[in-house]
Each structure stands twice: as C-alpha cells, then as structure tokens.
Design a protein around this ligand. Structure first.
Ligand SMILES: C[S@@+](CC[C@H](N)C(=O)[O-])C[C@H]1O[C@@H](n2cnc3c(N)ncnc32)[C@H](O)[C@@H]1O
Length: 516
C-alpha cells in the first residue's frame, strides 16, 4: 500500500467497519481520483465539452463535475487561467450540490478557503443574490479572494471573521449556509500523505469542539425555513453523525433532508453514535467528549449520507442537510443583496440599481473626493465597456468595488473584499483591476483581442510577455479606436487586460498570477 496509515486510525476503522474493513482498506491500493468542475459563470457544460482538452467522465453527484486524468495536468492549460474550470476532488463537489442554491439566494459559506465550494455556489447563483464567503484564517482568505476573482464572481463578499461576529452583524439573514467544517481529514489520506502523517487521535477531539461551536452559531445566522449543509472529509462519527445528533437535540426546530442515495451516497451511521454514547474502548481513545444524545435525536439523523472511497470513485465525504422547519421568508425587496443584478444593464451610462449607493458619510451621501473618484470609474466604464455593470460602487482607499452589500452592513467586519474589485483610482486615473477583466464576457468590452492557443500567444501573454499586435487584430466596437485597454481572450474567454499602443500590447496580466 502506497499510503502509510496511522495505526490508531486502522484500529478505529476496523472496529467501526467490521466486515467492510478489508474492502475499505483495499481502496488505498488504488490511485486517488482527480476532478474538474466546469465554471458555468464563464462557459456552459456543453460548450466546455466541445473544447475540452481532457477526456471527461461524469461525476454522478455533480452535473458540472468530471473525472479527469491527473497526468493531463489540468492546472497547466490556458483554460484554467481563463477560469473555465476548478480543479476539485470529486467527493468535495457533493456538499454545494446538497445546498440546493438558486439564483437570488443569500448564501453564507462559513469555512470557505480556498474556495472550491464557494466557486461552485457562485456558479449556481449565476450572479444573482449574494454570497458571503468567509474563513477564519487570514492567510487562507488570500487564496479564497483570488479564486473568487479568477472564477469571475461578481456578487461575493470575502470576510475573515469568526462565525460569532458574522452572526452578530447578520442575525437570521442567510437562507442557505454551508459549513464545510475543519476536520481531522481522514478522507484526505490518499490525496495528501501529509494528512496521514499529521493525523493524531486527539485531532478528532479538537475538531469536534470547533465543529460544535460553528454549527450552533450557524443556527443564529439562518433565516426561517432556510437550509444548512454540514460536511466533512473525515470518517470519524464524533465529527459527523454525533455532531448532527447533538445539533438536532438542541435545535428541535430543524430536521434532516434526506440525501439522494441514487447519486452514490451511503446512509449515515447513527449506530456509531450509539456506540459512542454507550462507551467504546477504541473510540474513547480520541479524548473527544462523549455526547449526551437521546436515542430520539440519534434516530433523527437518518438521511445523512456518506461517500465512501471503497464504494464510489472519490476520496470520501460526510454530508448532512439540515432544514429549519419555519416558513421560508421572502427576501426583502429593498435589500441590496436581493436587487443586485451583476449582469450588465441595457442602456449604458449610470448603474440601474434600485436604491442609492452608500458613501462613507452614510446612505446616499458622498464626499467630493469620492464623487470625483467614482466619476473616474464611470468614465472608464463608458469608454471601455458596452454597458456599465450594475451594483453599488463602494470606495475603499482608492479601490472601487461593486458590492452586493452596503458599507453599513460590512461595518466592523474584517472584510477582505467588499465586492467585485473593478479597479483603482491613482493619480487621478482609473486603472482597471484584473478581476473586472476576469468576469467580463468579450461582448461586454468595446475592445477585445483573441490570442491564438496553438500558436502559443495565449501562453506568452500568461507569462507576462509584451506582444507585437497589428491594429487590425483589435476587435473594436463601431466608432472605437484600437488604442487603450483591450480585453484579452482565448477561444472567446477572458484572460485579462492588455494595453495596446502603436502595434505593441503592454501586458497587464498580474505578476503574481503568471504562468511559470
Ligand atoms: C475543509 S476546509 C474548507 C475547504 C473549502 N470549503 C473548500 O471547498 O475549498 C475548512 C476551513 O475551515 C476554516 N476554519 C477553521 N475554523 C473555523 C472557524 N471557527 N470559522 C470559520 N472557518 C474556520 C479553516 O481555516 C479551513 O480553511
């Protein structure tokens, strides 16, 4: 076996799985599974199938997900840099599917970094509604913010907060919440051998406490009739069914929505919670507190599900869907999160948002500097874009964001990105940001340049090279001259900005994102 499994883990799994253990163990002899998920904010699944450089095999529990051969190096293709797909372990695609996100929802992804499931949620929102994506780790929110940008998400706010502080700011606000909980990561051993080396029995106890706090805070964030999906990539019942049973015990106004077992889910294991509660020598070694859960609460966990590595083509996951039994609330019409339509308005010029943007001086008030700086953005938009994107422009320093929330709503929260970063006003000039380009479709830009994939131009651009490009290749809208910012595309999908002047394309692809 390639992976060295921790001895205590082996003993636990033997005790839990009994006759099934050998089959489970033999799954470690097979190579790990690799997957990609098509980013439908940029390309439809059918369009992607038509241009896919990889052989694609459908993942049963995610209609935008496909198994790929890892040796095809999906991270080394210009389509990856165009944000056409996210590389994701196949079973990790299941939780966001179970959240059942619809355009217009208010979604909170509480433990989101690096953003695999948030990019999936954003694609499901299709630019309508709100995604607040959060992680407690400052370092990991950098990758989260980058992924929101690469995948062209226009309606997300990235926070670096504790769940408790978000709950204080947004009580009962979100109708869908994902908790992809920090866990002991037993399902990651085949994907990442370091996880196996780092696993210790006491990590289960540590994670259990964190999970319990996060779950109970999520209840205070959910609107009546809303849905919480709780998931882990571990097998330990302490972190899975026992958490859910305890939550149901304390929150009788919630119930489980059963998972669709036809997609590969095996039923959860309430019997293992009973084993924990009745005392089991092997399980007690973790030091995790023995849950005091009634038999009724344990029975109510029926409908949770597990993806097992010896039963499906995936590394393994636990998923529980919790529904609040209350009457679902109508999302407030006047709330910016609900009225924001991040797609382009028809007719150009000013934003068509209902309501007025909020400046630093309060709703509707704007200082002269701010008005001037936002004016630069509006001027850039009318010079460069077919129509100005809707959304409330917010200024933070010289940076302009189109936000699905107001400044007041974000007040006091550690905000990594208050919205879609469109650019910066510096020395009186507006410089468009890379995330603006990454979320644009070519028809939204008045100047565009298609770079050739087979001739290697796209890769040269991604490496940061300056390219010689004749004026005749810049596709300009009627009346527009080639000089200026140009949206660079590959096969019609945006890669970033270039600035064209006299036959030379200055490369505006961010240095930190370059192809190496
Ligand atoms: C399993 S990972 C999330 C993976 C992510 N959902 C994805 O799909 O890319 C769990 C995350 O929870 C974060 N975390 C741990 N404790 C947290 C807490 N109390 N509140 C919010 N996030 C937390 C960790 O920093 C980690 O990034």
């Amino acid at each position: 076996m390639a992976v060295q499994l921790p001895a205590a883990f082996v003993t636990r799994m033997q005790a839990l799985l009994g006759d099934e253990y050998d089959e489970f163990l033999s799954s470690y002899d097979s190579p790990r599974y690799a997957g990609i998920r098509v980013n439908t904010l940029k390309i439809s699944v059918d369009e992607f199938r038509a241009i896919s450089p990889f052989e694609l095999k459908a993942i049963p529990w995610c209609e935008t997900g496909f198994y790929v051969d890892e040796s095809a190096k999906p991270g080394k293709h210009p389509y990856y840099h165009a944000g056409l797909y996210y590389i994701q372990e196949p079973s990790a695609m299941a939780p966001a599917e179970a959240l059942d996100v619809l355009p217009g929802d208010r979604v909170l992804d509480l433990c989101a970094a690096p953003g695999g499931k948030s990019t999936q949620i954003a694609a499901k929102l299709g630019g309508k509604g709100l995604l607040v994506t959060n992680d407690i780790s400052t370092d990991r929110t950098k990758a989260l913010a980058k992924n929101m940008e690469l995948y062209g998400v226009r309606n997300a706010v990235v926070l670096n907060e504790t769940p408790e502080r978000i709950a204080a700011a947004f009580p009962h606000y979100f109708n869908k919440i994902l908790i992809d909980a920090p866990c002991s990561g037993e399902g990651m051993f085949r994907k990442d051998e370091d996880m196996a080396r780092q696993w210790e029995t006491h990590s289960i106890a540590k994670c259990t406490l964190m999970q319990r706090d996060i779950l109970s805070t999520a209840a205070a964030l959910l609107s009546p009739g809303g849905r919480i999906v709780y998931s882990t990539c571990t097998f330990a019942p302490e972190e899975n069914e026992a958490q859910i049973a305890e939550f149901l015990e304390q929150n009788p106004d919630f119930e489980i929505v059963p998972l669709d077992e036809t997609t590969g889910f095996s039923p959860g294991r309430p019997d293992w919670v009973a084993l924990l509660a009745n005392g089991s020598e092997v399980l007690e070694q973790t030091g995790a507190p023995v849950p005091e859960i009634s038999e009724a609460a344990v029975r109510r966990t029926a409908g949770c599900g597990r993806l097992w590595p010896h039963k499906v083509a995936g590394e393994g996951h636990f998923v529980a869907v919790l529904r609040h039994k209350g009457e679902p609330v109508q999302l407030n019409e006047a709330d910016p999160a609900d009225v924001m339509t991040p797609h382009f308005d028809q007719g150009g010029g000013k934003s068509r948002r209902k309501g007025r943007p909020d400046g630093p001086g309060g709703p509707g008030k704007k200082g002269p500097d701010e008005a001037e700086m936002l004016g630069r953005w509006h001027a850039f938009a009318s010079e460069q874009l077919a129509v100005e994107p809707a959304g409330s422009p917010l200024l933070f320093g010289g940076n302009v964001y189109l936000s699905p929330l107001t400044r007041q709503q974000l007040s006091g929260l550690k905000t990594v990105r208050p919205g879609w970063y469109v650019g910066t006003v510096k020395n009186g000039r507006f410089q468009p940001g890379h995330p603006l380009a990454a979320a644009l479709h070519p028809e939204e830009s008045l100047r565009a340049l298609e770079l050739s994939l087979p001739a290697g131009e796209a890769v040269r651009y991604l490496k940061g090279e300056t390219l010689e490009i004749p004026a005749s290749r810049i596709a300009c809208a009627p009346g527009i001259k080639p000089k200026g910012y140009v949206l660079i595309t590959v096969d019609g999908y945006a890669l970033g900005w270039g600035k064209w002047l006299d036959g030379l394309l200055k490369n505006e692809y961010p240095a930190g994102w370059r192809w190496t």
